[in-house]
Design a binder for this molecule. Sequence first.
Ligand SMILES: C[S@@+](CC[C@H](N)C(=O)[O-])C[C@H]1O[C@@H](n2cnc3c(N)ncnc32)[C@H](O)[C@@H]1O
Length: 188
Amino acid sequence: MTVAEWNERYRTRERADDFSAAPTPLVVETAQQMCAGQALDVACGAGRHALWLATRGWSTAAVDGSEVAIAALRSKAEQLGVTVDARVANLARGEFPMEEARWDLVLMCYYLQRDLFDSLKNSVVPGGLALVIVHIVESGGEPTPTRLGRGVLHTYFEGWEILHRYEGESRDPAHHRPVSEIVARRPA
Ligand SMILES: C[S@@+](CC[C@H](N)C(=O)[O-])C[C@H]1O[C@@H](n2cnc3c(N)ncnc32)[C@H](O)[C@@H]1O
């Protein structure tokens, strides 16, 4: 889907769970094992993860191409009395340059942009974590722009300590297609 199509989906509130879904289990499990620090949520949508982290003391930034989603995130943050540095930027057009060694935790959930992995990884502080969840093809299927092949995600994290690696059915009620998940620590 293009950013314009995402904007339309959010504007028409076509999918209620875009705005009401709980944070995905892996984000909760991972962040609960860390001290609150600085987090970046890439392709954050309406901010279910960024908001959850902010309410738990994380200093949180979030970026998405959809201004409708970012407006919803900002409004929810205000309701909750938390601060999230929420930005509108088209990642595919390089509108959000990621600072080197900036974040203790970087999330990229249910968004795939293959050429973003290097800058995403560089933006994690040494010893910090990257958490990525992407949709993958069905068994025997060919990769697509939005679905990675099976057994591929971990290859982007060579040299990193792999803390969690999973491939199979989604554990997130908001997502039904198979996923690949990884949590990896940048070498110190
Ligand atoms: C499936 S949603 C995931 C939202 C969130 N990460 C979550 O787990 O709830 C994918 C998000 O990617 C965003 N997106 C798609 N293409 C983008 C682009 N080129 N630049 C920035 N965001 C984009 C969409 O606006 C949408 O919010």
